[in-house]
Ligand binder design. Structure first.
Ligand SMILES: O=C([O-])CC(=O)C(=O)O
Ligand SMILES: [Mg+2]
Length: 225
């Protein structure tokens, strides 16, 4: 059976731009859920923020992905769960279609093919691998805009997919504003901290790591004796 739920409401461009101005790993210092793990990007530098359009494929049948690609809108991110299969569902034709319709990025639990073609198209694709063995159009089943799990994270259609060179975080649209404010504050504190470290301040005192060491065992304490 095929399911095609309606396309999700899109994240406003201003919210996507704000999220793109901070880093995923700054969030990774603060939060333990919502990170898609174990995937690598086809190009670097890589950074995109967009609205999740989700696709669930039953292992080797990529029928639902080919249909979903036709409905991608500017600002969407295609998120594909391949039910554990590691074939490539995503090559040059699917990439061209998605990119031409306005996809800003792709997140695949499986693999990609037509590697150079997709790279040269400039479409960022996070995937598990590159594979010559591809999926098939079998018409068995599949679902578009349902909850999927990719890289250990549950992704709902309409979630914000926040990706950069450090990885992928998935957050709810209503969280964007608060998260951006917190991450920006944390990132803006770093240049001054670096100046202090350059002038001799200790990273371990700033982070609190030094509290966990007996001062008498530290090298400078020995040197001072
Ligand atoms: O057809 C597929 O599913 C994968 C592929 O090679 C392409 O998109 O060009
Ligand atoms: Mg191809």
């Amino acid at each position: 059976m095929f399911t095609f739920n309606r396309m999700p409401e899109q994240i406003p461009a201003a919210a996507a731009d704000a999220l793109a101005s901070v880093q995923t790993s700054t969030l990774g210092h603060l939060r333990d859920h919502g990170f898609v793990r174990g995937l690598t990007p086809n190009i670097r530098p890589v950074a995109f923020v967009g609205t999740a359009v989700t696709v669930r494929l039953p292992h080797l049948d990529s029928t639902a992905l080919h249909v979903a690609a036709d409905y991608v809108r500017p600002g969407d991110v295609l998120v594909v769960e391949q039910s554990g299969d590691d074939r490539s569902s995503f090559g040059g034709m699917v990439a061209f279609t998605a990119k031409t319709r306005g996809a800003v990025g792709v997140v695949l639990s499986g693999a990609t093919n037509d590697y150079e073609e997709v790279r040269d198209l400039g479409l960022p694709v996070y995937s598990k691998a590159v594979s010559a063995l591809t999926t098939r159009i079998l018409g068995i089943e599949g679902a578009v805009n349902v909850s999927v799990t990719v890289g250990g994270a549950v992704i709902e259609p309409g979630d914000a997919v926040f990706a950069d060179g450090d990885g992928i975080a998935v957050i709810k649209p209503h969280e964007i504003e608060g998260i951006v404010e917190i991450l920006r504050k944390k990132e803006q504190a770093e240049p001054a901290l670096k100046e202090q470290v350059a002038a001799g301040a200790k990273l371990s005192e700033w982070s609190g790591a030094s509290k966990h060491f007996d001062a008498s065992q530290l090298p400078q304490a020995v040197a001072a004796v």
